[in-house]
Write a protein that binds this ligand. Structure first.
Ligand SMILES: CC(C)(COP(=O)(O)OP(=O)(O)OC[C@H]1O[C@@H](n2cnc3c(N)ncnc32)[C@H](O)[C@@H]1OP(=O)(O)O)[C@@H](O)C(=O)NCCC(=O)NCCS
Length: 419
């Protein structure tokens, strides 16, 4: 038994943001039917190809636990099949450009007419307003959501983060909206519209920086390094460098081997509560009581000096030794793990967070499994579908077509070439 057993999802998503959401629904047990353009499919199948002739990792890693049906939604036969899919499904998820679904002839009003219980879940770049018609990609979302202006170093450019907070972050927000709407439907017996804008989702994830924007009007942000360095603030939340987002000072420090290894670093936080232990570990026991060091507020203008001293210590240890030595004292540290190190982490395989997935075209590939664990709804990661792999199966088993009618649909061209 899976949490979403019995829920059918009409997955009209592409690229990254939407597929992240429907993949999660599939992991929780929904039957996800991915509708793709005949002969082409999701554009990511052919993007960043590493094995010629096989679906790319870009596609396979975002589309586990789904079935694929080819369907031209602008063709008359295709529209009839799509209408049947809307009748049968509990959720329709899409992340087309604004207005695309209406242009296909499937407005929210029309969808409700077909199936009043369906939940229509959409991702767009922006919510209602002057930019509502814009197409939006990951880095644009990071910029307009406030992430880029607050990431990076004070004297450098705004930076985008490699974590896909705009795409995958919005997919997760949408997923939560969908399961909430499914829950409400149990009472109302009605579907509803669920919308997640990429700008809004990024902003939700950087809300602490909007906190700082308001604090700035009351005075300097004392926990930012620039305060201790005597550099005045402007009128907007500055880039925070590697300062921690909370009130406790933190930095990234070199560890043994940093000259050769670009990831031989650790994050190091000097929480007020464990200051004495930090002093003991790095060999500065006098700092526990010394004037200018004993109290957190007195340390703010000495953070560069303090972290330089801590770094003298971390540079004599590997990042893992720093972790092993600090954790028993509750000193919060974290090694900077490379993707190579993550891919070799046995613990992540044991928990199902990393999975090796067999694939008929490309062989076994490594993927990230479901990061959310439900004790009563175990996740079994299955490979992404080949384009149109389940077209006939879905027409027969989900939509009940058979005989002459099925043959006509298959011959119409609206559902791709026969497989
Ligand atoms: C991601 C995005 C920028 C891509 O833009 P795009 O490649 O031009 O793709 P679109 O969504 O505009 O779709 C292109 C066309 O394909 C059509 N199409 C898609 N699937 C189809 C199908 N199965 N059959 C027939 N036509 C189909 C659409 O109807 C659209 O036609 P239209 O332009 O006549 O309306 C855009 O979809 C978007 O802004 N999405 C919302 C935000 C988002 O999710 N961004 C992040 C993506 S990771």
């Amino acid at each position: 038994m899976k949490a979403l057993d019995g829920i059918k999802v009409l997955d009209f998503t592409h690229v990254q943001s939407g597929p992240t959401c429907t993949q999660m629904l599939g992991w929780f047990g929904a039957d996800v039917l991915k509708v793709e353009r005949p002969g082409m499919g999701d554009a990511t199948r052919q993007q960043l190809v590493d094995v010629p002739g096989a679906d790319s990792l870009y596609f396979t890693m975002l589309n586990h636990n789904k079935r694929s049906i080819e369907l031209n939604s602008k063709d008359e036969v295709g529209k009839k099949v799509l209408t049947r899919l809307i009748e049968e499904c509990d959720v329709l998820v899409e992340n087309f450009a604004p207005g695309a679904l209406d242009r296909m002839g499937f407005s929210w009003e029309r969808i409700q007419e077909i199936n009043p219980r369906i939940i229509l879940a959409s991702i767009k770049g922006f919510g209602p307003g002057k930019y509502q018609d814009c197409k939006v990609y990951e880095n644009v979302a990071q910029c307009v959501g406030g992430s880029a202006s607050t990431t990076g170093f004070r004297d450098g450019l705004p930076l985008v983060t490699a974590a896909q907070v705009g795409d995958s972050g919005t997919g997760l927000h949408l997923c939560l909206g969908i399961v909430t709407a499914l829950y409400q439907r149990q009472t109302t017996n009605r579907g509803q519209r669920v919308s997640a804008a990429m700008q809004d989702s990024v902003l939700n994830l950087v809300r602490v920086k909007l906190r700082d924007q308001q604090r700035l009007q009351k005075g300097p942000l004392v926990e930012y390094s620039q305060h201790g360095e005597g550099i005045p603030f402007g009128d907007a939340t500055p880039r925070g460098g590697n300062d921690s987002g909370g009130g406790q000072p933190g930095r990234i420090l070199k560890c043994l081997g940093w000259e050769q290894d670009p990831n031989a670093y650790t994050y190091f936080i000097i929480q007020a509560a464990i200051w004495d232990k930090v002093c003991d570990v790095i060999g500065e026991p006098n700092w526990k009581t010394a004037d200018g060091f004993a109290k957190p507020a007195d340390r703010l203008d000495k953070l560069n000096l303090i972290f330089e001293r801590i770094e003298q210590w971390t540079m004599t240890k590997t990042k893992f030794e720093v972790m092993d030595m600090c954790n028993p004292h509750d000193i919060p540290v974290g090694p900077i793990l490379s993707m190579k190190e993550i891919a070799e982490d046995d613990g992540l395989y044991a928990s199902g967070t990393l999975v090796n997935v067999p694939h008929p075209e490309r062989g076994e590939y490594l993927s990230v499994g479901c990061p959310i664990k439900l004790s009563d709804s175990p996740v079994e990661v299955t490979r992404s579908p080949l384009l149109g792999e389940h077209t006939t199966e879905i027409l027969e088993d989900v939509l009940g077509y058979s005989g002459e009618e099925l043959a006509q649909i298959l011959a119409s061209g609206a559902v791709g070439a026969a497989k």
